[in-house]
Design a protein around this ligand. Structure first.
Ligand code: GLU
Length: 342
C-alpha cells in the first residue's frame, strides 16, 4: 500500500524526468528552442549588413566569398544549433592562437606561459613589432602575433613534424573531427609573411623564441591556414565552455585549470585592440581571426562560432561581432551578470 509520501515522490520523479527530456537544463536555463530562435533572429537581423572588407594583406583572403555567413552555437550538453552557410569554410587565422596557448598551458603549466611569453595586453595592432622592442620580448600576449609565435615555439615536439602533428591532432580533438589545412591560403601567407618572420627573429634576438624561428613561423602560418566551418568554431568554443571536454565526443582535450587561464587571456586581447570594448559589450571571452571567424565562450553554458569574412578597421569580422553581441544580450550570456540574492 503506497503512502501519500510515496505518491508525492513518484510525482516529483515524473516531473523531474519530464523537465529533463524537454531539453531544459537546470544549470543554464536555456532550451535548445530558445537558442534556435535567437540564432535565427540574429541571422535575419544582420544578414544584409554590408560594412567591412575582406583582409587582403594575405592575398588569398581577398578572394574568399565575402557573403559567407554561418552561425553555430554548441551547448555544454552537446546540443548543436546551426544557421546559414554552415558548410562553408574559412581559415582559422588568429583563432588558432587560443588553441596553441591551451596546448602550452596544458603541457608546461600556467606559470610557464606567463613567464616565457607573457599574458598582458599589448594594446597594439596584432602584428605590431613595437611591443617586442619595448619590453625586450617579455610580457607579450599569446593572442597577438609576437606572443603567438613565442607560444608556438613552446609546443611540444622535438622537430617540425612532431610539433605540427601535435597541433593538428589537438585542434581536431577540440573540433571533434579531423581538420585540414587550406593549402592556397597557407602558400599565400607563407610567401608574404616577412613581417611575422621579422617578429620571430627579434624574439630570437631577445632569447624569447624557444625553437628555430624560421620553422616556428612556418608552423604558425600553417596553423593559421587550418580550414574551419562555423560548426567547428562553435564546437571548439564549446570545448572551452565545458572545461576542456568536447561536449559531443566526450574527449578530454585539456584540463579545466588550463581553460581558466585561456579564457582570461582571451579577455585581455582576443579582439585585438578592441578587446576592452568587446568584453564591455558582451561579457564573453572571444577570439577573432582575419579569415572572418569569431569564437565566444559563455563558461559552463555554450560556445559560439560565427563566420563572415568582411572585417572592420581593427581586423574583426563585422557581422560576427553583431551576432555575438546580440546573442549575449538575448540569451543572457554575459559572464559578469549576477542576480542579487534579495
Ligand atoms: N596569419 C595571420 C597573421 O599572422 C593571422 C592574423 C590574425 O588573424 O589576426 O597575420
Amino acid at each position: 500500500m503506497k503512502t501519500r509520501q510515496d505518491w508525492f515522490k513518484i510525482l516529483l520523479t515524473a516531473v523531474i524526468f519530464l523537465v529533463s527530456i524537454s531539453g531544459i537544463t537546470y544549470a543554464q536555463q536555456l532550451s535548445k528552442s530558445t537558442i534556435e530562435a535567437a540564432v535565427k533572429e540574429a541571422y535575419d537581423k544582420f544578414k544584409n549588413v554590408s560594412e567591412g572588407k575582406n583582409a587582403d594583406y594575405i592575398p588569398a583572403l581577398a578572394e574568399v566569398n565575402p557573403n559567407i555567413f554561418g552561425i553555430s552555437v554548441v551547448t555544454a550538453d552537446g546540443d548543436v544549433i546551426e544557421f546559414g552557410d554552415i558548410n562553408d569554410m574559412v581559415s582559422m587565422q588568429s583563432i588558432e592562437k587560443v588553441f596553441a596557448m591551451a596546448m602550452v598551458i596544458d603541457e608546461l603549466g600556467a606559470d610557464a606561459l606567463k613567464e616565457k611569453v607573457g599574458v598582458d595586453a599589448t594594446g597594439m595592432k596584432f602584428n605590431a613589432i613595437e611591443p617586442i622592442e619595448w619590453k625586450k620580448g617579455k610580457e607579450i600576449n599569446p593572442c597577438v602575433n609576437p606572443g603567438a609565435l613565442a607560444t608556438t615555439s613552446l609546443i611540444k615536439g622535438a622537430n617540425y613534424d612532431e610539433k605540427w602533428n601535435n597541433i593538428i591532432t589537438k585542434y581536431s580533438e577540440f573540433a571533434g573531427r579531423d581538420l585540414t589545412v587550406n593549402q592556397p591560403v597557407y602558400e599565400s601567407e607563407a610567401a608574404t609573411n616577412q613581417r611575422n618572420q621579422a617578429l620571430a627573429w627579434l624574439l630570437f634576438a631577445y632569447e624569447r623564441m624557444y625553437f628555430d624561428p624560421v620553422q616556428t613561423t612556418d608552423i604558425y602560418t600553417k596553423a593559421c591556414a587550418i580550414n574551419v566551418n562555423a560548426k567547428d568554431l562553435g564546437m571548439m568554443a564549446a570545448t572551452l565552455c565545458n572545461g576542456g571536454v568536447n561536449p559531443v565526443t566526450g574527449k578530454t582535450v585539456v584540463s579545466p585549470e588550463t581553460v581558466e587561464h585561456v579564457l582570461a587571456v582571451m579577455v585581455t586581447a582576443g579582439l585585438y585592440d578592441d578587446s576592452g570594448i568587446w568584453i564591455y559589450d558582451t561579457g564573453m571571452p572571444g577570439k577573432s581571426g582575419v579569415g572572418g571567424g569569431i569564437i565566444a565562450v559563455a563558461p559552463g553554458k555554450l560556445g559560439i562560432g560565427v563566420i563572415s569574412p568582411p572585417l572592420d578597421d581593427v581586423g574583426n569580422s563585422v557581422k560576427a561581432q553583431y551576432v555575438i553581441k546580440y546573442l549575449s544580450e538575448k540569451l543572457g550570456l554575459n559572464m559578469y551578470s549576477v542576480q542579487p540574492k534579495n
